[in-house]
Design a protein around this ligand. Structure first.
Ligand code: GLY
Ligand code: MN
Ligand code: MN
Length: 431
């Protein structure tokens, strides 16, 4: 992405804090997996969103000084030896020149510079609770600034989580392009692999294929650990063991999405291991499919975000009553929340740099309404474990269908539509 895009975002955030305030945003640290071996570094999503800068141990301070706004970044210092081992560092000079910050320092200067920046400020915006050591630093810097000469009023600490997260809720054009690509890569991978699934493979075989199909298209890493769940494993919502055989006659649920240029995709499809749904599997599947399709229709600018939630719950309740799995009046069962025994998670979440993306779901006491540029998943499911109090023929069936939906001015775009979810189309693809 153009570096100006990140600068414009910084300016928007800095203009959103009051005069005479500062905002501190911390980047991610490099993490060791075991001795001398680091995980591949991934920048903190918000830090990336406002900087485009991908070096660890960096910190950004945005300042509004009587409507004079400017941005400061603290980065790893240039170091010949470290750069031979670990790669190029921009250093403060590069951060100003290539990332368009107004000022930059080595990160070793934080203790010296940040209290100076904070002196005389009325408010400091910061998101507490993600890194205790850094939280302590922020308090220490604020205390130093507070006790500085001639500064009589203490600095108010304001939590910045919503402010920062809500800017990320509406995706700009550059983000939408990357998200589309991320979803396309994952959709193509799902289609490719659905064609090849057979009894006798293992969940791990299939997981490996997904990782390969993502990586060869440009998503080197998945956006989250894939869930590859054969049979009843699908009823464990966060199943990630992915090590069991795939049996003839069972369904397989795959919840897998790649990350492309920092942006996530999040797709779930459930399909028969042998290519053909059994009667019971198809009956459950059809309910989830209807819930998915009708909930997607409700993702429209101006609609409340609870609409798809309610639609999916009502469709699932009625469907389970029709099959005799729930017994009683659908409206009363819905009001009583009877569906929660079989559909126990929410219909979706924001999607963007994070798979469960930043941004609130409520505005004050009310749930939000959709606006153009928002991206949400729609992922209803039905999970009937072997311990459920139902006829044996339903036991062990777990189905989820998940798509990624962009809200537009006049409706929505399903970014993951390319992967069939119609059961006839799935059978045709697998035949
Ligand atoms: N893959 C995580 C989720 O669907 O929320
Ligand atoms: Mn999801
Ligand atoms: Mn998912």
């Amino acid at each position: 992405m153009e570096k100006n895009i990140f600068k414009d975002r910084r300016e928007r955030l800095t203009n959103a804090i009051p005069n005479n305030s500062a905002l501190i945003l911390k980047g991610a640290e490099s993490k060791y997996r075991n001795s001398d071996t680091a995980y591949a570094f991934r920048q903190d999503s918000s830090f990336y969103y406002f900087s485009g800068f991908s070096e660890p141990s960096s910190v950004m301070v945005l300042v509004n000084d009587n409507n004079n706004i400017y941005s400061i970044i603290f980065v790893p210092m240039k170091d010949k030896v470290k750069e031979i081992w670990d790669g190029y560092r921009a250093g403060p000079e590069g951060a100003v020149k290539d990332y368009l910050f107004d000022q930059a320092f080595n990160n070793s200067d934080l203790d010296k510079e940040v209290p100076e920046i904070l002196k005389g400020k009325q408010k400091l915006f910061y998101s507490f609770g993600k890194d205790q050591d850094f939280d302590k630093k922020v308090i220490e810097w604020t205390n130093i600034a507070n006790s500085a000469e001639r500064h009589s009023k203490t600095i108010d600490m304001v939590d910045s989580t919503s402010l920062v997260g809500n800017i990320r809720l509406i995706k700009d054009d550059a983000e939408i392009d990357v998200l589309k690509k991320s979803c396309e890569i994952s959709a193509d991978a799902h289609v490719e692999i659905m064609k090849t699934i057979k009894p006798g493979q293992t969940e791990q075989d299939v997981e490996t294929q997904y990782l390969y199909e993502f990586a060869k298209r440009g998503s080197r890493f998945p956006a989250y650990t894939p869930i590859v769940a054969g049979g009843e494993n699908a009823c464990v919502l966060h199943y990630v063991e992915n090590n069991q055989p795939l049996l003839d006659g069972e369904l397989i649920l795959v919840d897998a999405g790649g990350e492309y240029e920092m942006y996530a995709s999040d797709i779930t499809r459930t399909f028969p291991v042998n290519g053909k749904f059994s009667t019971e599997q198809r009956e459950i599947y059809n309910i989830v499919y209807k819930a998915n399709q009708e909930a997607i229709q409700a993702v429209r600018s101006g609609n409340n975000i609870m609409e798809p939630q309610i639609i999916s719950e009502k469709v699932i309740t009625r469907g389970l009553v029709d099959l005799g799995i729930l017994k009683g009046d659908p409206d009363e069962l819905y009001e009583a929340g009877a569906h929660k025994d079989f559909y126990m998670h929410k219909v979706g979440h924001w999607l963007g740099l994070d798979v469960h993306d930043a941004g609130d779901y409520m505005e004050g006491d009310e749930f939000m309404s959709y606006k153009p540029g928002m991206v949400t998943t729609i992922e209803p499911g039905i999970y009937i474990s072997s311990s459920a109090d139902v006829d044996d023929k339903w036991k062990g069936i777990g189905v989820r269908i998940e798509d990624d939906i962009l809200v537009t001015n006049d409706g929505n775009v399903n970014l993951t539509q390319k992967v069939p979810s119609d059961p006839d189309e799935i059978e045709a693809l697998m035949s």
